[in-house]
Design a protein around this ligand. Structure first.
Ligand code: DON
Length: 596
C-alpha cells in the first residue's frame, strides 16, 4: 500500500510539474482548471509514451511444468520438445545452444564460449566455465604499436587476430557428461536439420545481417551464406551447408569432431590466412572448467551466480549488498533516489571490477574480500544521497591483504525443477566477422575483453589493469551474469541477458524489479533500464526510462545523463506462488518463452 501511495505521489508530482509549467502562463487558474489540466495530462502523457508503471502486472507466457526462454522462437521450441520427450533442463539447454548457433548466428555459437549456472531440484548448484582462452602465441602487448599505444587497426575486435580459443563445444560436452540424460546425437540433430534445410529470417535477423554486409565482405574471402547483393528480408531462407557438415562431425565424433581433425584443420587454415594465432595444440588442449558458483543473499533470497573469470557474480552481489541497506521499495522504481543510489553503487563496484577481477587460474582474485559485508559497508559509506560522486574521485576500494555490441542468454526449467542459466557469446555481433572457410561457423572476437593496455577502454568502454592483462591460455574477464535465485530453499528465478558491460546492471535491476518492486517476470524484463559503469562517468538511460523531472533531478545532483536506445535482451523464468512458470522474454529482440 505504501508503495502504491508513493508511486501515485511520484506520478502526480510529475504530472503537476508539467501542469505547472504549462499553467505558468495562465494568469488566473482556478483549482478546477488545474484539476482538469492534470487529468487531461495523465491521459495525454500516458498515451504518448510508455513510461513503465510498476505493478501494472503484465503477465508473460505461463506454463505448468517446464519452460525455455531464449533469443529465438525456433531454438526455444527445440528445447521444449527435448523436455516433452523426457529430456531434462540440461539436455534442453544443450539443444537450444546448438540451435542458436544456426538461427541466431550473431551470438549463438560453436566458435565462442560462455558460462552455465545450474541448480538441480535436490538443491545442489554448479557453474561451468567454457570461456575462450588466449592462444599460446598471445602476448601482453599484442594490440599495441611501437609507441606502446593501442593500434588503430581494430585487431582486438575484427578479423582473425581477435579470436580466443573457442570453448562452447567442449562446454556442451562437459555439461552433458555431468547432467545429460538424452543422447548427444539427438540434441545436436535439430541444429543440423536447421543448418541443412534452412530457416526463415525474422525481421530483426534480416536487419542485423544486412547491417554487417560490409564487415562480412572485408573479413571473408569466400562466398559465405550471409552475403547477398540485395538486402535480406523477413521470411528469406538461409541455408548453411558447411555449418551442417561441421555439426555432423561434432555429432559423430564428439568433442574431437571440433577440436581435432578436419574442423580443426579448417580453423587453423583460416588463422593462417591472416594474423590469427590459434594453433592445433590450442584447440586440442582446450578444457572447460567446473567452478564453485558465487552465492550470497538478498532480502531473504539466495542468489547463485557466475564466479571469475566472470565479474558478474561478484559485482551483482556487491550491488545487492549496497542496495539492501536502503528502502528502495518505499522510494519507488526508477525514481531519482533509486537511480542515484544504483549509479553510485555501480561506479564503485565497476572500479573494483577493473582492478581486482581476472582469470582466477592466473591472478589471485580476492573474492571473499570483495563479498565481505564489512568491506562493502565501508566501500559504500561515502555515498551521499544528495549529490553524485565524480568517477575521477572514485578508485578501487582498499581490500584487506589476502591471507593466503552480441551475446545471448537462455534459461530453462524442467518439470522436475532443475534449472539452467547459460550466457554464451561471440563477444561482438558475429564476433570477429570471420566465418571459418568450409566449416561455416563464426569465430569470436573475445580477445577484446582483455585489458590490452591499462586504463584504455575496450569496445564496451571498460577499463582494466594487470589482473586482466593478456597472457597465453588465460581467460579474458567477462561481465556475463547467468544467475539463479531461490527463496526458502525453492527455485524462484532463472535470469540472464547479453549486453556487454551492461549485463551486470540489467540482471541487478531485474532482480530488484521482482524482489523489491513486486513485478512479474515479463514486467521486470520489459521495465526500462539505466546503467553506470564508473567510466565513462555517465548514467545511460534507456529511451522512456525516466520522465524529464527525474532526469532534471539527477542532473541537479551532478549526474551526466546519456540516452541510449535499448538496455538488455533478457531471457528469464519466474516460479509463480502457485507453482506455474512465468517467462520473461525480452520484447527488445525476438526472444521467446515457450513451455508446457
Ligand atoms: O563476456 C563479456 O562480458 C562480453 N564478451 C559480452 C559481450 C556481450 O554481451 C555483447 N552483447 N551484447
Amino acid at each position: 500500500m505504501l508503495l502504491l501511495n508513493l508511486i501515485q505521489k511520484t506520478l502526480s508530482d510529475w504530472i503537476s510539474f508539467f501542469a505547472d509549467r504549462l499553467l505558468s502562463n495562465v494568469k488566473k487558474t482556478t483549482c478546477s482548471m488545474r484539476l482538469f489540466f492534470n487529468i487531461s495530462l495523465i491521459f495525454l502523457l500516458c498515451s504518448a509514451c510508455d513510461f513503465h508503471q510498476p505493478n501494472q502486472k503484465v503477465l508473460g507466457t505461463t506454463t505448468d511444468h517446464a519452460m525455455v526462454s531464449s533469443a529465438h522462437p525456433l531454438a526455444s521450441a527445440i528445447g521444449v520438445s527435448v523436455m516433452q520427450d523426457g529430456g531434462n533442463a540440461i539436455d534442453a539447454a544443450i539443444a537450444v545452444h546448438f540451435a542458436l548457433a544456426v538461427v541466431y548466428p550473431q551470438a549463438g555459437n560453436i566458435g565462442g564460449g560462455g558460462f552455465a549456472v545450474i541448480r538441480m531440484h535436490d538443491g545442489s548448484s554448479s557453474a561451468l566455465d567454457f570461456r575462450e582462452t588466449a592462444p599460446s602465441l598471445a602476448t601482453k602487448r599484442m594490440y599495441l604499436d611501437e609507441n606502446g599505444d593501442l593500434n588503430n587497426k581494430r585487431w582486438s575486435t575484427h578479423g582473425r587476430m581477435s579470436s580466443g580459443v573457442p570453448g562452447a563445444v567442449d562446454g556442451m560436452f562437459s555439461l552433458h557428461k555431468r547432467f545429460g540424460s538424452k543422447s548427444m546425437e539427438s540434441l545436436i540433430q535439430p541444429a543440423i536439420d536447421l543448418a541443412k534445410n534452412g530457416y526463415e529470417l525474422t525481421f530483426l535477423g534480416a536487419k542485423i545481417i544486412n547491417t554487417t554486409q560490409e564487415d562480412f565482405r572485408e573479413h571473408n574471402d569466400w562466398p559465405i551464406p550471409y552475403l547477398q547483393k540485395s538486402p535480406w528480408e523477413k521470411g528469406d531462407r538461409i541455408l548453411q551447408p558447411e555449418l551442417a557438415e561441421t555439426l555432423v562431425r561434432i555429432r559423430d565424433e564428439g568433442r574431437n569432431g571440433f577440436y581435432q581433425g578436419k574442423v580443426a584443420d579448417q580453423l587453423v587454415a583460416e588463422m593462417q590466412k591472416g594474423k590469427g594465432l590459434i594453433s592445433h595444440d590450442d584447440l586440442a588442449n582446450y578444457k572447460s572448467v567446473w567452478r564453485t558458483p558465487i552465492a550470497g543473499t538478498y532480502r531473504n533470497h539466495k542468489i547463485i551466480s557466475m564466479p571469475p573469470p566472470s565479474s558478474g557474480g561478484i559485482a551483482l552481489l556487491q550491488l545487492l549488498q549496497g542496495t539492501e541497506m536502503h528502502p528502495i521499495a518505499d522510494w519507488g522504481h526508477n525514481v531519482s533516489e533509486t537511480v542515484h543510489l544504483m549509479s553510485e553503487l555501480e561506479r564503485r563496484v565497476y572500479a573494483d571490477r577493473a582492478t581486482y577481477v581476472g582469470d582466477p587460474d592466473f591472478v589471485e582474485v580476492p573474492v571473499d574480500q570483495l563479498l565481505d559485508s564489512t568491506y562493502n559497508h565501508q566501500r559504500f559509506a561515502d555515498i551521499s544521497m544528495k549529490k553524485a560522486t565524480p568517477s575521477s574521485t572514485v578508485s578501487a576500494g582498499t581490500i584487506p591483504p589476502i591471507e593466503s555490441q552480441e551475446t545471448t542468454h537462455l534459461s530453462v526449467v524442467d518439470p522436475n525443477g532443475n534449472a539452467v542459466s547459460i550466457t554464451t557469446t561471440l563477444n561482438s555481433s558475429f564476433g570477429s566477422k570471420v566465418l571459418v572457410e568450409g566449416a561455416g561457423f563464426f569465430l569470436n572476437n573475445e580477445m577484446d575483453d582483455f585489458s590490452s593496455k591499462p586504463g584504455v577502454p575496450n569496445q564496451f568502454g571498460l577499463i582494466g589493469g594487470d589482473a586482466n592483462a593478456i597472457a597465453p591460455h588465460k581467460r579474458m574477464l567477462s561481465s556475463m551474469t547467468p544467475t539463479i535465485v531461490t527463496k526458502n530453499g525453492k527455485l524462484k528465478m532463472v535470469v540472464g541477458t547479453p549486453g556487454g558491460s551492461t549485463i551486470i546492471t540489467s540482471v541487478y535491476q531485474t532482480l530488484l524489479n521482482v524482489i523489491d518492486f513486486g513485478m512479474g517476470m515479463q514486467e521486470a524484463v520489459n521495465a526500462k533500464k539505466v546503467h553506470h559503469q564508473w567510466y565513462p562517468d555517465e548514467i545511460r538511460v534507456e529511451t522512456n526510462a525516466l520522465p524529464q523531472p527525474t532526469i532534471d533531478q539527477l542532473q541537479a545532483m551532478g549526474h551526466s545523463i546519456t540516452p541510449t536506445d535499448k538496455l538488455g535482451r533478457m531471457d528469464c523464468i519466474l516460479i509463480l506462488p502457485d507453482g506455474r512458470l512465468e517467462g520473461g522474454a525480452d520484447p527488445r529482440g525476438d526472444n521467446t518463452a515457450l513451455g508446457f
